[in-house]
Write a protein that binds this ligand. Sequence first.
Ligand code: NI
Length: 169
Amino acid sequence: MAIKPVLRMGNPLLLQRAVEIADFNTIELNGLIQDMRDTMQAEDGAGLAAPQIGISLRLVIFGVTKNPRYPDAPEIPETILINPIITPLDEVKDEAWEGCLSLPGLRGLVPRYRHIRYSGFDALGNQFEVEASDFHARVVQHECDHLDGILYPQRIKDIRQFAYTEELL
Ligand code: NI
């Protein structure tokens, strides 16, 4: 399909609440999913939300395969998640550095729930539910925030912990 340009912070579309998907397994939806896959792969991202390529629908994709560049990064199975609902399983939060394709070159220290359950629908409209922890849980929370118009800088507790990646190295 196609690699799409990723909208950057400041684009008003990234601040909107995205709309639920009603029709599954359509040519339009399957094409959108393929565009998101192509774009995420080209940009080497761990996840992508539909609003980031200009489509204000409640659809995210994410996944991390073993990468020799990041030998310590845990694997996350490739997942298509539509109309997601996240439920924290307890109150515990961790802080870790996050980046986002909509804020190239930047990182921020962001608190997220450590243990969550998320549910939603796959590309065919089958409902599913997963329990996730740590990095997996973080990626899901980050991507689903995009569907509510939230970018990670809004979650940073100490804005001094918001930086250019190159300066942190
Ligand atoms: Ni992002």
